[in-house]
Design a protein around this ligand. Sequence first.
Ligand code: R5P
Length: 290
Amino acid sequence: MIVVSGPASKSLGANIAEILNAKTVDVNFKAFPDGEYCLRFEGDVSGEEVVVVQTTGPPQDTNVMQLLLMLDAAKDLGAKKVTAVVPYLAFARQDKRFLAGEVISAQTLVKLIEACGVDSFVTVNIHAKNTLKNFKVPTANLSAITLLAEHFKAQGLDGAFSLSPDKGAVGLAEEANRVLGGGCGWLRKERDRYTGEIQVEEKSLNVDGRDVVVFDDIISTGGTIARAIKMLKTQGARRVYAACVHPLLIGEAKTKILESGADEIVGTDSLSTSVRTVSLAPLIAEALAR
Ligand code: R5P
């Protein structure tokens, strides 16, 4: 197996290769004055099983394009099998037509990835699992929630309450509760599809004096998780932590969350932000070794 780490996932890819004791092929990046670029595999991949690791957070267009170029090139250069490892799949939140006439971005992305000849696709906590049904090749949707919860347990948060800020993500809190064991719950969130504004319904959570970890798949602007944390603090929660798999942390998200009362924000290296405390490398390496 050869691991090719794309420009957006250099250190994650290197860590995966190290765990697997796999060979690596570097990707050379050359920028052109007009904003275009060229990628070049600096080693032979012909006849090999190639794993391309490239996350697709901001700048999404660039990272998606580079992913497609590398997948297509790997096949074109004679790779026997190509696996795309895309920890964060861009555009995955637009998995259906919420308003008449909208594009279904996640579906388009799947078509593009598959058109590049991939043989399998691996991602982590994809926003909507039904997106993967669009793939014809085998897929794996890994979950990093157990890893995140184990991190909190190791930090002395055993017995903390696990909360999902959105009923749709209640599975995340349930998974975390299997590690932390302090019970779990969820809030009800509504998003206005025209303005993007969210409303989080008030709910009594019985968290007075307790430690709580709020788990979400994505933190983007931080609005969702900050509202949940404010509610928890108002209800007397002691220490409150924000945990997510994909920390996009757009704009003032980090400040917003900390000012809402969070003790810490813990994310993974799905994206290269300052809160990438937990590495996905062991999880992805294990899946690739199966
Ligand atoms: C959406 O349903 C996701 O699971 C997250 O809750 C959402 O993307 C978070 O967005 P923001 O941080 O902007 O509130």
